[in-house]
Design a protein around this ligand. Structure first.
Ligand code: GTP
Ligand code: MG
Length: 197
């Protein structure tokens, strides 16, 4: 798949306003500021396809990007755990996310992004549990790996892999840096597999 051909097609305020449940899609989820939008830009080789920001909570809509033939999509989800969002809205969003994982037939896999320095937060674990319930494959990107020395990044990878060893049929993990363009090939291979017709 040529990810450079990706183009923005749709923004949805809630999952009820998503594109029709057809074709194949892969969603990018994770805490606010984990680097989801940056990863989509790195993958597609487009600097500003998805909006990024130093301030957490930049992505507040569900954004759909169409790939080549229009039947496959990348979905940029709003980050979770954004402090300024009221508790009630957070709970509502969590309910939606779990329903999306359970019911969305076109969803073939979840890219779950975690800052390599703070992986497996409580909410990350909740996402993993929901994905497991839904039998949804998860590929974890330990993002901003450029922020750690090589040894420390490798140690974080090892720690996450062993914590998730019991789920290794559904979950894979890699180091990733949008800034250094590290790990793009491995990510693309995983997406190609999930999005294969
Ligand atoms: P929300 O939309 O708020 O949920 O955030 P997001 O997960 O989409 O994060 P975004 O891509 O906007 O990146 C957040 C911040 O992290 C920005 O300042 C990025 O420049 C920075 N960032 C993202 N990826 C990397 C990376 O690989 N390395 C470094 N050093 N910084 C990064
Ligand atoms: Mg974003």
């Amino acid at each position: 798949i040529d990810y450079h051909q990706a183009r923005f097609v749709h923004s949805a305020p809630t999952l009820a306003h998503c594109l029709p449940d057809e074709g194949h899609e892969v969603a990018f989820a994770g805490r606010s500021n984990a680097g989801k939008s940056s990863a989509i830009n790195a993958l597609t080789g487009q600097k500003a396809l998805a909006r990024t920001s130093k301030t957490p909570g930049r992505t507040q809509l569900i954004n759909f990007f169409e790939l080549d033939d229009g039947t496959r999509h990348l979905v940029d989800l709003p980050g979770y755990g954004y402090a300024k969002v009221p508790e009630k809205v957070k709970l509502e969003w969590q309910r939606h996310l779990s329903a999306y994982l359970q019911k969305r037939r076109s969803l073939k896999g979840l890219v779950l992004m975690m800052d390599v320095r703070h992986p497996l937060t409580e909410f990350d674990q909740m996402m993993l549990a929901w994905a497991d319930d839904a039998d949804m494959p998860v590929h974890i990107l330990l993002t901003k790996s450029d922020k750690l020395k090589r040894g420390a990044a490798a140690a974080s990878l090892q720690k996450v892999r062993s914590a998730l060893a019991e789920w290794d049929d559904l979950v894979s993990v890699q180091l990733f840096s949008s800034l250094k363009r590290q790990g793009l090939d491995t990510l693309a291979q995983t997406l190609n597999r999930w999005l294969a017709p």
